[in-house]
Design a protein around this ligand. Structure first.
Ligand code: SAH
Length: 416
């Protein structure tokens, strides 16, 4: 009874909005919207509001005029509407954002995987029903990424809300991802709320401590999506010689040493990342000179050089490259890249050795990635067995209505 009254009132309010804020779909295009996929591409849209500025909330209707959902608009993007709510009686007001943020935070509070861990993803955009908004917690600071125009407009309010909800010291913006260009937005970074971090911020993961550079580090400073995989891969490293390729600040290396690896080599093209990797080793009581080599270089070139060098043989190789496929047009080249590094890595493994290989390209499915690695094994002439299929950590959930949210995949292989 109460609900019906609410809907009627909403219906009346809506009529006022409808004049300017209505998006009408082409006939037969309502199914994904009803099934709560959060994106509406331009091709599905018959009619856009004429006056309403981009970034504002719109009412989405089927071709026959039936109300379907509420979202926000950006005519400049291929994804012209991102959906926020499928409840006619749910207005997109401050309380709405608060509820969505609370729900995202509640998940993390109950996740076993992140207990005792101070680096984690608090808000995972579309998969937390907050399209365009990514928030990581790094110790006592938050790092916010605004991926869309509508979120960019609201980022100050969101940062204030998040600061109040978490009791953190400050919120730093790192909206410098390439995808912002597709929304017509320039990169943007700096302090959004509270106090700025003084220098590096320390985070804890699995009892280890890592220095994170929130303002200058890559992405949000620390790759929290690999947390579970670092632990799983480390379990294969006891007593072994480990190559951590695309090491960034050496998180896989520290996990491997903690699990008893005898020696770890970090390999990365970024000198800043390697400097932090060395600091992180010392911070956790390891002597970088005794246990590790930190090598600056291009993984493709270095692995090629090592093919003929019998001294460069490993018990475990970890390959965690950056996103090779940024868009559809880059997929072919990305696949060749994945095949090549995997082929080279397999040939550096001792018999019985393990390869942990990843791809964070959302456009490359887990199935396709496995095929590419299979091709690499054939070319390398090394028979391999798949021991484990790896995915992104649980603080990077995937809404089942949004399979695009699944981007990180990996394989743990044994070479015969
Ligand atoms: N495994 C890391 C994250 C890796 S991010 C972790 O758990 O924290 C990818 C890294 O690859 C970045 O540090 C980047 O500097 C490095 N990189 C990108 N292209 C490279 C290349 N061709 N050769 C070596 N390193 C590269």
């Amino acid at each position: 009874m109460r609900e019906r009254t609410g809907r009627n009132q909403q219906g009346r309010n809506q009529q006022g909005r409808d004049q300017q804020g209505r998006v009408v779909l082409n006939p037969g295009r309502e199914r994904p919207v009803r099934q709560q996929h959060p994106w509406i591409f331009s091709g599905a849209i018959a009619q856009l509001p004429e006056e309403l500025p981009d970034g504002e909330v719109v009412e989405v209707c089927a071709a026959d005029g039936q109300w379907l959902a509420r979202g926000y608009l950006n005519r400049r993007s291929q994804i012209q509407v991102r959906l926020l709510s499928w409840e006619a009686a749910e207005p997109i007001d401050a309380a709405f954002w608060q509820r969505r943020l609370q729900s995202a935070l509640a998940l993390r509070a109950s996740l076993p995987e992140v207990q005792g861990c101070s680096a984690l993803r608090l808000v995972n955009a579309e998969s937390d029903y907050l399209p365009g908004l990514t928030v990581d917690r790094m110790g006592d600071f938050l790092v916010l990424q605004a991926g869309t125009l509508a979120i960019d407009r609201r980022k100050q309010e969101l940062a204030d809300q998040l600061l109040a909800m978490t009791g953190c010291q400050g919120v730093v913006e790192r909206s410098d991802m390439a995808a912002r260009r597709l929304e017509g937005l320039p990169p943007s970074s700096g302090l959004l709320a509270g106090n700025p971090p003084e220098g590096l911020v320390e985070v804890e993961e699995a009892g280890m401590h890592f220095a994170v550079d929130l303002l200058r580090g890559q992405k949000t400073g620390f790759y929290t999506d690999q947390r579970a995989n670092r632990r799983r891969v480390a379990a294969y490293c006891a007593g072994g010689r480990v190559l951590n390729a695309f090491s960034y600040t050496g998180a896989f290396a520290l996990h491997a040493l903690q699990a008893g690896a005898s020696q770890v080599t970090n390999l990365d093209s970024s000198l800043d990342a390697l400097a932090l990797a060395e600091q992180n080793l010392r911070r956790n009581g390891y002597d970088p000179d005794l246990l590790t080599a930190n090598i600056a270089g291009d993984v493709f070139a270095v692995l090629r050089d090592w093919q003929e060098d019998p001294a460069e043989r490993y018990d475990v190789v970890i390959l965690d490259p950056p996103k090779f496929a940024q868009n559809q047009g880059a997929i072919e080249r990305a696949l060749r890249g994945y095949k090549e590094i995997n082929r080279l890595a397999l040939r550096l493994l001792r018999p019985g050795g393990f390869l942990a290989t990843f791809s964070c390209s959302g456009l490359v499915s887990a199935e396709l990635f496995q095929k590419v690695v299979f091709g690499a094994a054939v070319d390398a002439g090394r028979p391999v067995q798949v021991l484990e299929w790896l995915r992104q950590s649980a603080d990077h959930p995937v809404a089942i209505t949004f399979p695009e949210g699944e981007y990180l995949k990996g394989l743990l292989l044994r070479v015969l």
